[in-house]
Design a protein around this ligand. Structure first.
Ligand code: ADP
Ligand code: NA
Length: 330
């Protein structure tokens, strides 16, 4: 393929994607299929860096895959797979561990944040070295672009450093990737507390839109969203964070620009905006929910799809690993 290669990992988190995950990340994955030779994996190896229940991990992995397909990832236009189905991740991960300095790994701020949350004595060595596995994830596919949020930028820098180090010591082997920070990606806020971002762990149920909720529950959450004083429908993140959040959601889902929405709502009240947004949301989540359930109800199709994805991924990963092993003297 002549398209630039992109790689992204998605956590198999429990339950439904929320609206922030979809508008802030998954939608971009769907768009990138058209412009990139995109590889998307559900990162179950990363998931076990913190305590996991086996049955839940298995179910969450499949649920994530089903939702990604329902959201529009198309196995004919991208490569979608589960990380543990491609053993080369762990194999290249070890090689990368062996060229990373201990001090260098210790400087990763995500480990400091995450281990502080768990208590340092409970944090695993796997959590400490997970950025190095992430390096292997990226380098295996010779990815040019890695779509990431700002919080992952340091890990892309580590990837570049280790790729250059390996290439310098053993000869040109890896593509040195660049972060791909998507411009103008929507940031979605809590419906009840529009100063905070919508988040699985921090939002209250009423502030969080789960894509797999009953559509009427979603409509109700929108109708009871916190709005601001005044009556005017205008985008002003500082003065009118509640209304601005609703406008962002409606604009992103409907494709109508925010200025056009503002013009359309001149002289109308918050109720009209909420009614329209509830309708657009219901039209979006209803088929999303149905499609997700269809994939979950047909485990054989899902397995076949994941087997095909893993095979496509391995074709690339095995070649990179073979070359790496050869270079280091195996
Ligand atoms: P959460 O914060 O709910 O735990 P994650 O950290 O698992 O979500 O995020 C998964 C992806 O979804 C990331 O790419 C992240 O940037 C995106 N994302 C999460 N919450 C939001 C939000 N409120 N608005 C926009 N994007 C979001
Ligand atoms: Na593609």
């Amino acid at each position: 393929s002549a398209l630039p290669r992109a790689l992204s990992g998605i956590q198999p988190t429990a339950g439904s994607f929320h609206l922030g995950n979809y508008l802030g990340a998954v939608r971009q994955y769907v768009a990138l299929q058209e412009t990139h030779d995109a590889f998307y994996m559900v990162v179950d190896l990363h998931a076990i860096t913190v305590p996991q229940d086996p049955a839940e991990l298995r179910a969450n992995t499949r649920l994530a895959v089903a939702q990604l397909l329902a959201a529009g990832l198309d196995p004919h236009r991208c490569t979608l797979f589960v990380q543990s189905h491609v053993p080369e991740h762990a194999q290249l991960g070890w090689v990368m561990n062996c060229i990373t300095g201990f001090g260098e790994a210790s400087r990763m701020t995500q480990f400091k944040d995450k281990s502080a949350k768990q208590g340092t004595d409970r944090a695993t060595v796997g959590l400490f070295t997970y950025p190095i596995l992430q390096v292997a994830d990226i380098l295996l596919y010779q990815a040019d672009a890695v779509p990431v949020g700002e919080d992952q930028r340091q890990h892309i820098e580590l990837t570049r450093d280790l790729a250059e180090r390996f290439n310098g010591r053993f000869g040109e082997t890896f593509t040195v990737p660049a972060p791909y920070i998507v411009k103008e990606v929507a940031k979605i806020y809590d419906l009840q507390d529009p100063a905070s971002k919508m988040s699985k762990s921090a939002s209250t149920p009423k502030g969080l839109i789960n894509l797999l909720d009953e559509p009427k529950v979603t409509a109700k959450k929108i109708k009871s969203a916190v709005t601001d004083t005044g009556t005017e429908i205008r985008f002003d993140a500082a003065e009118k964070p509640g209304v601005s959040n609703l406008l962002t959601i409606l604009s992103t889902l409907s494709g109508t620009s925010i200025p056009d929405l503002e013009r359309g709502y001149e002289g109308k009240g918050y109720g009209a905006l909420k009614t329209d947004l509830a309708e657009v949301m219901v039209d979006f989540v209803t088929p999303f929910r149905t499609r997700t359930q269809e994939y979950l109800d047909d485990p054989e199709t899902l397995d076949a799809l994941l087997a095909a994805g893993a095979e496509k991924a391995r074709a690339v990963a095995a070649e990179t690993l073979a070359q790496t092993y050869d270079r280091i003297g195996f």
